[in-house]
Design a protein around this ligand. Structure first.
Ligand SMILES: [Zn+2]
Length: 404
């Protein structure tokens, strides 16, 4: 007889695992914790999720394994592309006359190559680690099991330009590692930890790696930020406009947290560290028609007023006075309703204009946590990654292999 773990047992196992992780991080003389100790599962929702998938290997050979038994089912050559389908409750891979079939199927490189996958046989993308599949919505969803360091190397260049100063890249590497570890198991109902696109971090596999960001990951091996005994969810945004935003103002549904309370991002002369960003200041015209289309129950809109602002300048509350209703929204709700690409940050002013409003602002992104352009400005001004992290996440502690 076989006992399937129940939901609560699974939660217990996860809690135990996270507990062990924290105990490990709190122990200064524990054996060095390496990123390569952690395998994470990335659901390739964007990269390889289709009714039929194609699988290959970049060099040497490909091994098909049944993960329940560890048995090798077969081996393919680098030139071969396998077609993978779901048939009668089994995953079936075919290439010419060869066929592998099992209830669970793993593809891994045998030798120096990378396993490749894609929805078209001509567009395979290489990934480190190994691949497994789950069925979701009648399609095949690829799960890439990858070491934490390899995952960070494949995501960092999409989070921060690799030509940024090495100290800002190192700060980004620590923030991304902590963010990743706080989000493990986020997609457990589908069998993975993180997805491969914007709700998580954009993950492009081996092709996305860059030597500069690889160096930043290696130089900060195992380091994360903690607060109150837990790993901090180290959010970050492109450009804060001169002051970072309290998390509860920046993101709907969040609670205040000391390290994410919002801090000035200015040098001794009062100049924002992020003012070197090419799009630091912005403006747009919001026409009356455009606004009324988005809030039809307000009727004819007479006034748009900012009724509450943080000490740092972020809009907390906006009031729309119409002839049928007066609406009160949080700044984040207003920004989402108009479009986050148009109202690029919460640091903005509103002025009435002929038949509309002029909105002028600074910064880009939600504004909470580390300011990425500010990190670049600070690094160019001589700050180390530890000083940068200390500035943007006050009250957080840097821990890990080379931590304190
Ligand atoms: Zn900034």
């Amino acid at each position: 007889m076989c006992i399937e773990p129940t939901g609560s047992m699974r939660l217990f196992v996860i809690a135990l695992w996270v507990g062990l992780l924290l105990v490990g991080l709190g122990m200064r003389d524990a054996p060095t914790r390496r990123d390569s100790d952690w395998l994470i599962r990335v659901g390739l929702e964007q990269g390889a999720f289709a009714p039929v998938l194609y699988v290959g290997v970049s060099a040497d050979s490909l091994r098909w394994v049944d993960p329940r038994t560890g048995q090798t089912l077969g081996v393919g050559a680098a030139s071969q592309v396998w077609e993978l389908r779901r048939e009668n409750g089994r995953f079936v891979a075919r290439c010419g006359q060869a066929q592998m079939a099992a209830e669970r199927l793993v593809a891994e490189p045998a030798g120096a190559g990378f396993v490749q996958v894609g929805a078209s046989p001509n567009a395979l993308r290489p990934y480190r680690g190994h691949l497994e599949w789950v069925e979701r919505e009648g399609k095949l969803l690829t799960v890439n099991w990858v070491r934490l360091d390899d995952y960070l190397k494949a995501t960092l260049p999409r989070e921060m330009p690799p030509h940024f100063h090495i100290e800002s890249l190192k700060a980004q590497a620590v923030a991304a590692r902590a963010f990743t570890m706080r989000r493990l198991n986020r997609y457990r109902q589908w069998g993975y930890d993180l997805c491969d696109h914007t709700p998580c971090q954009v993950y492009g596999g081996v092709n996305a790696e860059h030597p500069n960001t690889n160096l930043a990951v290696e130089a900060t091996e195992g380091e994360v930020l903690t607060h109150g005994g837990r790993i901090l969810e180290t959010v970050y945004a492109a450009n804060c406009g001169g002051h970072t935003a309290p998390i509860e103002v920046a993101m709907t549904g969040t609670q205040p947290l000391a390290p994410l309370r919002g801090v000035p991002d200015t040098d001794a002369d009062g100049k924002p560290f992020c003012s070197l960003a090419p799009n630091f200041a912005w403006e747009l015209t919001l026409t009356r028609d455009d606004l009324e289309r988005r809030f039809p129950h307000a009727g004819r809109i007479r006034e748009v007023a900012i009724t509450q602002r943080t000490a740092g300048g972020h809009v907390q509350q906006v009031r729309l006075r119409g002839d049928r209703a007066t609406l009160t929204l949080t700044g984040a709700e207003f920004r989402t309703a108009i479009g986050v690409g148009r109202i690029r940050s919460l640091m903005f002013e509103v002025q009435p204009q002929q038949d509309g409003w002029r909105i002028a602002g600074r910064g880009s992104g939600h504004g909470a946590g580390m300011c990425q352009w500010g990190a670049q400005g600070r690094a160019l001004a001589g700050q180390t990654y530890r000083q940068i992290l200390g500035a943007y996440y006050p009250d957080a502690t840097l821990v890990g292999a080379f931590g304190q």
